[in-house]
Each structure stands twice: as structure tokens, then as C-alpha cells.
Write a protein that binds this ligand. Structure first.
Ligand SMILES: NC(=O)c1ccc[n+]([C@@H]2O[C@H](COP(=O)([O-])OP(=O)(O)OC[C@H]3O[C@@H](n4cnc5c(N)ncnc54)[C@H](OP(=O)(O)O)[C@@H]3O)[C@@H](O)[C@H]2O)c1
Length: 305
């Protein structure tokens, strides 16, 4: 099968190559999926599990990409809950070969059925940002209607999901980003917008929940805005930022079939809009993922036309 592989961590996306690889076999509880569309997160080649297995051993050559939509072609021994021919979408294990390939073997539990009226390109764009926003807001942040949320990077891939899900849940959302993102953030449902390049974050006042995607200084300054009992949720890695009287949670998203069902249902009935940027073929993916211009939205590789 055709797949994109990386072998050189220092080279980043410039080291990507389209090559022939053996087709994967389904292990216990796995399925094999024929990939129709694959989602790539712009900085995933900097994540440690991209390069090692769970024991820290080098696992190159690695196939990147952690989101997909496609069709099940084989079941492993003991696999239940999915069937051959079923349309699916989901999020793959960080430590296994990924979705920039014609086929992938992955655990069935990391997939959910993709309804027939949802395009594969849309399906592949949902798992990472949708699940991350869902888990950050409702599991780690315990968001309640009427609370206020500071959604950093509100026009970005994760931030646009955070903004939409939080406002649907009845929260007051203050989005942040660059000046040029104001209208997009408001269109995603933010009631207010803070341009981090010129406005003072401190003018926001107190909030119940900060959803941080940046880490560093912005996370620290945001922590001081949190009301007693509120939460700083960050996806930017371990943080020293702590609210004075609240929780700080850094987490890594996990796949969840019930949550994927909730997310795709919202896309079908128009409550949730996905944020897709460039769409490329597998043949054009290396060039697309190495483009020099600014990237906005999720890059999707349409593996099968
Ligand atoms: N822990 C987890 O489970 C998890 C899950 C998903 C994602 N992540 C991580 O979360 C991060 C965000 O991912 P994403 O896909 O949402 O990225 P993204 O689409 O680039 O979102 C970031 C947004 O913030 C904006 N931005 C960046 N720097 C800014 C600054 N200094 N001031 C104002 N706005 C700024 C970006 O605009 P520009 O494009 O103009 O810079 C973009 O609109 C990534 O590092 C990703 O790896 C972690």
C-alpha cells in the first residue's frame, strides 16, 4: 500500500516521504480500515509518541496522522461492535502507525460509526478537535450552563470546537486569537473577542473556565483570571500555571465512541461546524504539509478520491 513515512525527527514534515509499505494485519480487538480521509495535526511530529513505542524504543519508520474516516475491511480475533463494510471515523493510538496510508490496523474501540450522510473529509476532521473540546469542557472543566469560558485560539482547529460546544451548552464565551480572527471567532459563537496582539487579557475580568491551547505566559496570565472554584484546562502540555483557588488540568485526548457519536450528530443537525483548511490527495500530501503559507483550519488528506 501507499503510505507517508517519517524517519528523521529533526527534519519534521520536510522528512516525509510517500513510499510502499506492507498492508497492516488486524491484531486482537483490531479492525483494518481502508482510509478514505486522514487528519493531520500541524505539530504532531514534535510529540514524543510519534517516534517511540510505549517502552521508549525507536519505532521509525513511522506513518503519521491520527484521525481518519474510512471503511472497515477486516476484523481481528475477538473484535466486536463493528462489521466489515461499515463506515467509521475515529482517533488512533499515539504509539502506532497512523492514518496517512491506504490502510490502517487499529483498535475497534477507537472508532465510531460514520453516518452515511457525513462525508469522509468531514469525518476525518472531527475526532481530535471534537473530542479534545468535549473532554476539556465537560469532563475536566465540568462546565455548567451560565458559566463563562475563555477560549484561547477560538478561530483555530480545537478552539473553534471549544467555542461552539461551550456556547451550545449555555456558557458565555470569550474567544481569543489574532486581530484577523475576530469575525471567525464571533461566527463560531463567541460573545466577545480578545485580540492577544493588542488587547490586554487582564481586561476580560473573571471567568469560570479557561481552555488553553498555548501554554507558557498566556496560560499563566489566564490562570489569574479564574474565579474561585474554576478550572484552567490546558492541552499544551504540563503547565506551572495555577489558579489561586481552583484546579489546573493538563490532559491528552482519548478516543471515545459515545462522544464521537454526540459530535457527529451535532454536525448532522447543524449545531457544529468543522474547521477544515486545505484538502489534499495522498500524492500531494507531502507538498501540502510543507507549504510555506499560513495554515488555517485542519489539513485533511483525501487518501481515496
Ligand atoms: N493535549 C491534547 O490532547 C491535544 C489535542 C489536540 C491538540 N493539541 C495541541 O493543541 C494545539 C492547538 O492545536 P490546533 O490544531 O487547534 O492549532 P491551530 O488550529 O493552529 O489553533 C491555534 C489558534 O491560535 C492562534 N494563535 C497561535 N498563536 C497565537 C498568538 N500568539 N496570539 C494569538 N493567536 C495565536 C492560531 O492562529 P495562527 O494560525 O495565525 O497562528 C490559531 O488560530 C497544538 O499544539 C496541538 O498539538 C493537544
Amino acid at each position: 500500500m501507499k503510505a507517508i513515512v517519517v524517519t528523521d525527527q529533526a527534519a519534521g514534515t520536510a522528512g516525509m516521504k510517500l513510499v510502499e509499505r506492507p498492508e497492516p494485519q488486524a491484531a486482537i480487538n483490531d479492525v483494518v480500515v481502508q482510509v478514505h480521509a486522514s487528519g493531520f495535526t500541524w505539530d504532531e511530529l514534535t510529540w514524543p509518541p510519534t517516534w517511540t513505542d510505549r517502552l521508549g524504543r525507536d519505532r521509525t519508520p513511522v506513518i503519521p496522522g491520527h484521525e481518519l474516516a474510512g471503511v472497515v475491511t477486516a476484523l481481528g480475533y475477538g473484535t466486536t461492535g463493528l462489521s466489515v463494510g461499515q463506515r467509521v471515523f475515529g482517533l488512533t493510538d499515539w504509539y502506532r502507525d497512523g492514518t496517512l496510508a491506504e490502510y490502517i490496523a487499529m483498535e475497534a474501540r477507537n472508532l465510531a460509526p460514520l453516518p452515511g450522510d457525513v462525508d469522509f473529509t468531514v469525518g476525518a476532521s472531527l475526532p481530535m478537535p471534537g473530542l479534545t473540546a468535549w473532554q476539556g469542557l465537560f469532563e475536566h472543566g465540568r462546565l455548567q450552563a451560565g458559566q463563562s469560558v475563555l477560549a484561547h485560539g477560538a478561530a483555530g482547529v480545537v478552539g473553534s470546537m471549544v467555542t461552539q460546544l461551550a456556547s451550545e451548552a449555555g456558557a458565555y464565551v470569550i474567544g481569543t486569537g489574532r486581530a484577523a480572527h475576530r469575525q471567525a471567532a464571533l461566527d463560531f459563537g463567541a460573545q466577545e473577542f480578545v485580540d492577544l496582539e493588542t488587547n490586554a487579557l487582564e481586561d476580560v475580568g473573571r471567568v469560570d473556565l479557561v481552555f488553553d491551547v498555548f501554554g507558557g505566559d498566556i496560560a499563566k496570565r489566564s490562570a489569574s483570571l479564574i474565579r474561585a472554584g474554576g478550572t484552567l484546562v490546558t492541552i499544551a502540555g504540563p503547565t506551572e500555571a495555577r489558579p489561586a483557588d481552583g484546579l489546573a488540568v493538563d490532559f491528552v485526548v482519548v478516543s471515545d465512541r459515545a462522544q464521537l457519536n454526540e459530535i457527529v450528530q451535532r454536525v448532522r443537525d447543524g449545531r457544529l461546524r468543522t474547521n477544515i483548511g486545505k484538502v489534499s490527495t495522498l500524492e500531494g500530501a507531502v507538498a501540502t504539509l510543507n507549504a510555506t503559507e499560513r495554515r488555517a483550519g485542519k489539513t485533511i488528506v483525501r487518501v481515496r478520491p
